[in-house]
Design a protein around this ligand. Structure first.
Ligand SMILES: NC(=O)c1ccc[n+]([C@@H]2O[C@H](COP(=O)([O-])OP(=O)(O)OC[C@H]3O[C@@H](n4cnc5c(N)ncnc54)[C@H](O)[C@@H]3O)[C@@H](O)[C@H]2O)c1
Length: 369
């Protein structure tokens, strides 16, 4: 495991025996990857698979004989042999399904976004704590070796981050329960928070319904991080150019992550500009220093991010530790998205991101659905 991934010991969580016994709920497009990975990993035993659609279950059952199959999450919640559960259902179901499993004392890894309201996320965090259970969110890019390498460069040396931006576009897949911002931007918000070790203070966002969909299929989000660092995220389901990129501009270098570039996933341009004096010489005048150096393409060990994420979950369950992408990090992403909703409703107005941990249900949250 990379040095940039650290867990926090939570002594209240009792350790689980090895191999951990796992159930997967929701075996659609993404859930099948969890089924495959937990079937492969030596320190896990896939015990049960649940999907509301019996045709999906039949198909999975033929590929994974010996695994219990059910259409009812109650069977998973009450299964005596299940230690931990992956929830990979649609976003709007995450809260109810995860709450039921945590109540039954199961450890849970739930896909992003954790919930669709901050109040729900907060409730799940409290429930997990009260049950001494691990609650982890599938912020997959935090487990991407390329993003972990980018973090090493962000933290390296004396330079400071000026701003960062991300583009996540493609033609679909269009979801029926949440808009493109709630579907795609959780990845980039989680990446920015992870790289900067902070959460934004404010957001400003606009969205478009270019496909005449009832939901926003295009979004542009600006985020204000502590230290006057500006972030920007562009997401779209309606762009024929598939992009998965993050760029960090520092005073001394520009770091580029391109998840679609299998050969050079990360490139570092040792180029930058900074002011020479703290205070300008004369009013409005500064002297600048321009640096120009090498272009570095660091070696990145080829690993599957989702497999790294599953290993981390197993480790946290086994050792009773708080994950790097715990319920708290999941909630931080959700509260940014709630502020994004408000900003879109106010035509891009700058909205402060709620920092209080005690949240009330608000009418705004319903606009995501
Ligand atoms: N981390 C990533 O890179 C990534 C990529 C894709 C999707 N996802 C996330 O994974 C989740 C699932 O996405 P998907 O594309 O696989 O969706 P999907 O629609 O293909 O699959 C969802 C499955 O959940 C099942 N389901 C829904 N409610 C259920 C319930 N109450 N009980 C049992 N089964 C239920 C559905 O029948 C369906 O088979 C979403 O939260 C999505 O955001 C994450």
């Amino acid at each position: 495991m990379s040095s940039t991934i650290q867990s926090f010991a939570v002594s209240a969580i009792p350790p689980v025996a090895n191999p951990s016994r796992i159930a997967v709920i929701g075996c659609g497009y993404w859930g099948m990857n969890y089924v495959r990975i937990f079937n492969e990993l030596l320190d896990a035993r896939l015990v049960a698979i649940c999907d509301a659609r019996s045709d999906r279950l039949r198909e999975v059952g033929s590929r994974f004989p010996g695994v219990d199959l059910t259409t009812d999450i109650e069977d998973v919640a009450s299964h005596p042999e299940v230690d931990a559960v992956v929830v990979c259902t649609e976003a709007t179901t995450h809260y109810n399904v995860t709450r039921r499993l945590l109540s039954a004392g199961k450890h849970v890894l739930v896909e992003k976004p954790l919930t669709t309201t901050t109040a729900d996320a907060q409730e799940l965090i409290a429930l997990a704590e009260s049950k001494s259970a691990v609650l982890m969110v599938g912020h997959t890019f935090v487990f991407n070796a390329g993003i972990q390498k980018v973090k090493e460069y962000v933290q390296m040396g004396q330079g400071r981050v000026y701003y960062l931006y991300a583009r996540r576009t493609n033609l679909g897949p269009i979801r029926r329960d949440v808009n493109a911002l709630w579907d795609l931007a959780p990845h980039d918000i989680a990446i920015f928070n992870y790289l900067l070790d902070s959460v934004p203070e404010w957001v400003s966002a606009v969205g478009g319904k270019v496909l005449r969909n009832c939901r926003h299929d295009v979004g542009f989000i600006s985020l204000g991080y502590p230290g006057n660092i500006i972030g920007h995220i562009h997401v779209s389901w309606a762009d024929p150019d598939k992009a998965r990129e993050v760029v960090i501009v520092r005073s001394d270098k520009r770091i580029v992550f391109n998840d679609l570039n299998g050969i050079e996933q990360v490139r570092v341009f040792e180029k930058g500009v900074s002011t020479l004096e703290e205070e300008p010489l004369n009013y409005g005048e500064s002297r600048f220093e321009i640096r120009d150096g090498d272009i570095i393409s660091p070696r990145i060990k080829p690993t599957e991010p989702l497999k790294n994420q599953c290993r981390h979950f197993l480790e946290c369950v086994r050792l009773g530790q708080r994950p790097v992408s715990s319920g708290v990090e999941g909630r931080d992403v959700v509260r940014v998205l709630e502020a994004v909703n408000r900003s879109i409703e106010c035509k891009g107005q700058q909205i402060e991101v709620e920092r209080n941990d005690h949240y009330a249900h608000t009418a705004i949250a319903s606009t995501v659905r």
